[in-house]
Ligand binder design. Structure first.
Ligand code: UTP
Length: 289
């Protein structure tokens, strides 16, 4: 079945980016000239997604406003012939059909995704984490959708990380299937060294089947007292087929300062408005090191 719906969980507290994220959602922090969340919405749209549900909370209404029209601003830009700015402001509001639901309590990623049950209905759907930004030739979620459609099952986006780093992610037990696609038979969240299945970690992109909702509804809190998506995926891969796609592209965790800065620099080096001067600035700066 064609995947046309996506869910973006963005209701986390953003404690790794404080104090900035005390009042500004981390998804709204600008990377060059767009907020981080727009890169994610654009990735979904480029992969053929039409309807997007953003899971928010009471501190994140700036996101709803961002994807809305702003007539007073647009009239002003029009009157002063700021055509580029006007087009960009309008484009953001017209990117996709965007819906919102609140996660009323911060009970974990699994709980946030469960809030999408009514939106999703009875079809497979994409999940893009609100603070994982990708740079890739083919949209990463599109690579997963392709695999999910081919093998008619859930798909998770993975890459290998170092043994030291895997304890921050979920580690997967995998068997090669075809090319960069693997069959998943188990997962563990934030493994201790003796629990590591492999260095393949899930990195912020998923295509899930609606079977996940019944699983999440009945899950007990896991690591950190939260309803963990990984625990849900573990059950899902035991009852149905699940594949892992070792995707092409670079993933940035923009929920921490380092990932945020690396992404900002890389996107700025690609951007026509900033590319030239930033390269010159970096070269100049490098002389000081
Ligand atoms: P993270 O743990 O990376 O984000 O959650 P966080 O909780 O916002 O950040 P820190 O760790 O306090 O800095 C992964 C994704 O799951 C979402 C987050 O918004 C992020 O996109 N999430 C997490 C929810 O939507 N709800 C939750 O209860 C927890």
């Amino acid at each position: 079945m064609k995947v046309t719906k996506a869910v973006i969980p963005a209701a986390g507290l953003g404690t790794r980016m404080l104090p900035a994220t005390k009042t500004v959602p981390k998804e709204m922090l600008p990377m060059v000239d767009k907020p981080a969340i727009q890169y994610i919405v654009e990735e979904a749209v480029a992969a053929g997604i039409e309807d997007i549900l953003i899971v928010t909370n009471r501190a994140k209404s700036a996101m709803d406003d961002y994807f809305d029209y702003y007539p007073e601003l647009e009239d002003r830009l029009n009157a002063s012939q700021k055509d580029r700015e006007l087009a960009e402001v309008r484009r953001a509001a017209d990117l996709a059909n965007i819906f919102y639901v609140r996660q009323k309590e911060t009970k974990g990623l699994g709980h946030a995704i469960w809030r999408a049950k009514r939106f999703v209905g009875d079809e497979p759907f994409a999940v893009l984490l609100g603070d994982d930004i990708m740079r890739a030739k083919t949209p990463v979620i599109g690579q997963l959708i392709q695999a999910s459609e081919k093998y008619r099952c859930a798909a998770v986006g993975v890459q290998q990380v170092s043994t030291d780093a895997i304890s921050k992610y979920s580690s997967l037990k995998v068997e090669p299937l075809e090319g960069n696609v693997f069959t998943v038979s188990d997962l563990v969240e934030k493994p201790r060294r003796e629990e590591i299945f492999s260095n393949y970690a899930v990195l912020g992109r998923y295509v899930l089947t609606p079977a996940i909702f019944d699983i999440l509804e009945n899950l007990s809190p896991g690591v950190g007292g939260e309803i963990q998506l990984t625990d849900g995926l573990r059950q899902l891969c035991r009852q149905d087929r699940m594949v892992a796609v070792d995707f092409e592209g670079r993933r940035y965790d923009t929920g921490n300062v380092r990932g945020f800065l690396e992404a900002t620099i890389d996107f700025a080096l690609d951007h026509p408005l900033t590319e030239k001067w930033l390269k010159a600035y970096i070269k100049e700066k490098a002389k000081e090191f």
